[in-house]
Design a protein around this ligand. Structure first.
Ligand code: MN
Length: 755
């Protein structure tokens, strides 16, 4: 998975040729071992076609381009488990985008199906997100629509993204952030939704690796260091279970599965823990072979009995995904028990087939049910939901992304209609969601609900099994607040569309008013004076002006008009942005993650923008959402005012910016020279209260470390104290050192920096 830095200059053509042949034969061998039909001829043809189409072209890393489609085909076949149609489509996936060949050529040579998939892949090439918000939404729409047409499009796209992530090291840093951010924002959730667990995990880990290399390596190293100890604890835990499973005569494997680096990191971040504080570092997984499908669940429960005979069960942590599989098809039995060392251990029990489906998602169903498609109903239902959203008029690009994203990670609940129909909703759905799902009119006139025959407001959050009835009133109308009450994309979209309609009425009325006002004073040049009014009120869109006038937040009296037209036009915007484009890659039409077609052409730019402070003047601004300080992994975003705003790499707002305005990102680093202590940061301390502890704390901070304290908040209750303080510091290292020092004070249990 490391980036393969082939240098074409060092390899003779013959060696390179052999490398390509080997890679392809690897794909073929894997395919022949699978239980798909053996359609080797068409795969070989697709390979030869792609190879000659891409011949002479190299990736940024220097390797022959054809190695990329071959790698994607390998993932599609061996990691997702798809067959010849998908392998061919993967081999051909960049041909239409990057070479002279058209979809027609593909159709003539390989038939309708492959042509359709390649066409779908071409339409969504270049990443989901383009340069503009509207374009992003359009690309995303296309992606999901093509997915609804043939889900293999998105599976191959997933493989394409995975390979690009595996080879991300050879991209520019600013591109790396954009691609890693986009991967985390949209591809990992999609992989999760599709049940591609292994791929989701790898995508998350790789995103972390590029966004926080130090933290990634640190955790990776600590996992390796603690392996022997973990192995020992596991062997001790597993021994009695093994003995009993052997007695059952079962063919099985039992092993310890360490959490992914990403999920360990996330847990550390969210709960403010250090590595040692993550107790559920691994889960035990038992996978057994079973020829008779009917016995699978029974065997799971038998194993459950064995485990609970040896270890104490955590009563609230049994997860029965045997009776009701997860929406993405996941089936297993999870139990948590207490090991002899007093730590809780999760044990996952699955049959071989369940395991396969868990790792590869619904694609694995095809392996077990070739020719049948019964099992895909959950996924199809979800795709239908998405298609439904896409058919609606959509308010704006970002909103669309958000609403769809809402549906990606959801765990569903089921509710009943008064007639007894069962409908599923994402967790957190309200009465209003139910109303909109049944009918738009029902939604827009909903005034209250009856849940299990009790009267509740429309914002009432539902639980699985609730029976829900919607009450309406003819005079009811959607309001802005409703957007905060709904969980489903469908309801959000409908409400937005209705609010937009209302807004449009106000805008139209406002426009009439503006025109009327200007007709009196400036009848000849209305359009120009509308622009002047916009400049005066600092508005960038005409509709904003009309809306304000329509709402009467702006009233165009003769005196207002007079002052507005006296005002000089806005000063020319500064040109930082133009300068910055020199630093980042400005080739607009360049297919973002893909090949460097023109050999020898060197892009002339600086890759890293240095955050400097000179004579007290900074060339950047600190994002208030995450308040980064020197030493943090940061990324720069060029805002509308051409300022570089620095965010922490893992800031929620930044990750949204990363995935939606990737072209405004710049790779940044802090200036090397010693910085002044001008950065505000907050640390939180907890511990057991005792006389004099506060004095010691303050002594440590103010005297020993000589750190300036700006604000102090203390709360003590029942012998426990909690305190937060705002400090003026120069960088993150100081804060880390301070936290370590504070933890040495008797009674302090926790000292962490918080955002
Ligand atoms: Mn590709």
């Amino acid at each position: 998975m490391e980036n393969t830095e082939y240098n074409s200059l060092n390899l003779s053509p013959a060696v390179e040729e052999k490398m390509i042949e080997d890679a392809f034969n690897d794909v073929l061998d894997g395919y022949l071992k699978s239980n798909h039909r053996k359609k080797v001829e068409i795969i070989k043809r697709a390979y030869n076609f792609a190879k000659s189409a891409h011949s002479g072209i190299r990736r940024r890393s220097g390797e022959p381009y054809i190695l990329h489609p071959i790698a994607v085909a390998k993932i599609v076949s061996q990691e997702i488990g798809l067959g010849s149609t998908s392998i061919c489509s993967a081999l051909l996936h960049d041909v239409v985008e990057d070479t002279e060949y058209t979809v027609e050529d593909i159709r003539i040579n390989f038939g309708d199906k492959i042509a359709q998939i390649v066409d779908g892949l071409t339409k969504i090439s270049g990443g989901i997100f383009g340069d503009k918000a509207s374009l992003q939404a359009e690309n995303f729409r296309k992606l999901l629509l093509s997915m609804a047409e043939d889900v293999r499009v998105i599976l191959i796209k997933m493989a394409d993204r995975l390979h690009n992530m595996r080879t991300l090291g050879s991209m520019l840093p600013s591109k790396q952030y954009k691609i890693a951010g986009e991967t985390l924002y949209i591809y990992a959730p999609l992989a999760h939704r599709l049940g591609l667990f292994a791929i989701k995990t790898e995508l998350e880990d790789l995103s972390l690796k590029y966004q926080h290399p130090d933290k990634y390596n640190d955790i990776k190293q600590k996992i390796a260091q603690s392996e022997a100890q973990r192995e020992h604890a596991f062997e001790h835990f597993a021994a009695p279970i093994r003995a009993d499973l052997d007695k059952m005569g079962l063919k099985y494997t039992i092993n310890a599965r360490v959490k992914s680096i990403f999920s360990i990191w996330r847990k550390m971040e969210m709960k403010h823990l250090d590595f040692e504080g993550v107790y559920d570092l691994y889960a035990v997984r038992i996978v057994f072979d079973c020829d008779n499908e009917e016995d699978e669940k029974k065997i799971c429960w038998n194993i459950y009995t064995i485990i609970t005979e040896h270890y104490r069960l955590h009563p609230f942590r049994i997860r029965d995904w045997l009776s009701t599989p997860k929406p993405n098809g996941y089936q297993a039995l999870h139990v948590t028990v207490m090991g002899d060392d007093g730590n809780w251990v999760e044990v996952q029990i699955r049959s071989r087939k369940m395991d396969d489906i868990a790792e590869r998602g619904f694609a694995a169903h095809w392996k077990y049910k070739i020719g049948e498609s019964e099992e895909e109903t959950e996924l199809e239902e979800w795709l239908k939901k998405i298609t439904d959203i896409l058919k609606d008029p959509t308010p704006s690009g970002i909103d669309l992304l958000d609403t769809i994203k809402l549906n990606l990670y959801s765990h569903d609940i089921s509710i009943f209609t008064p007639k007894g129909d069962l409908i599923t909703f994402p967790k957190g759905a309200t009465v209003l969601d139910v109303a909109y799902s049944l009918h738009t009119e029902l939604g827009s006139h909903a005034i209250a609900g009856k849940v299990n025959h009790k009267l509740v407001p429309i914002s009432y959050v539902l639980h699985s099994g609730d029976q829900v009835e919607v009450l309406t009133s003819a005079t009811q109308q959607p309001e802005q607040e409703w957007l905060g009450m709904v969980k489903t994309a469908k309801a959000t979209n409908r409400i937005q569309a209705q609010l937009k309609k209302e807004k449009k009425k106000i805008i139209d009325a406002g426009e009439q008013k503006v025109i009327k006002a200007l007709e009196k004073s400036k009848p000849d040049d209305i359009s120009k004076y509308i622009d002047k009014l916009m400049a005066y009120f600092h508005m960038s869109q005409r509709d904003d002006l009309f809306y304000a006038v329509g709402l009467e937040t702006i009233v165009l009296t003769p005196s207002v008009l007079k002052t507005a037209f006296k005002q000089k036009q806005n000063e020319k915007k500064s040109s930082i942005l133009n300068k910055l484009w020199l630093f980042s890659d400005k080739k607009k039409n360049n297919n973002q993650s893909e090949p460097v077609k023109k050999e020898g052409k060197k892009l002339n730019f600086k890759e890293i923008y240095v955050l400097k402070t000179e004579n007290g003047i900074k060339n950047y601004e600190i994002a208030p959402c995450c308040s980064p300080i020197p030493g943090d992994d940061v990324v720069g975003y060029v805002d509308d005012n051409n300022h570089v705003v620095v965010h922490k790499m893992d800031c929620g707002i930044a990750s949204k910016l990363k995935s939606t305005f990737g072209n405004r990102l710049i790779a940044t680093k802090w200036e090397e020279s010693p910085l002044v202590s001008t950065f505000l940061t907050t640390i939180s301390i907890e511990g057991i209260d005792r006389m004099g502890i506060l004095r010691e704390l303050i002594h440590e901070i103010s005297i020993n470390m000589a750190i300036d304290m700006r604000k102090l908040n203390i709360e003590a209750k029942d012998g426990i104290f909690k305190c937060s303080m705002v400090l003026k510091v120069s960088d993150a290292k100081i804060v880390d050192r301070l936290c370590r020092q504070i933890k040495k004070i008797d009674g302090v249990k926790k000292a962490v920096r918080i955002s």
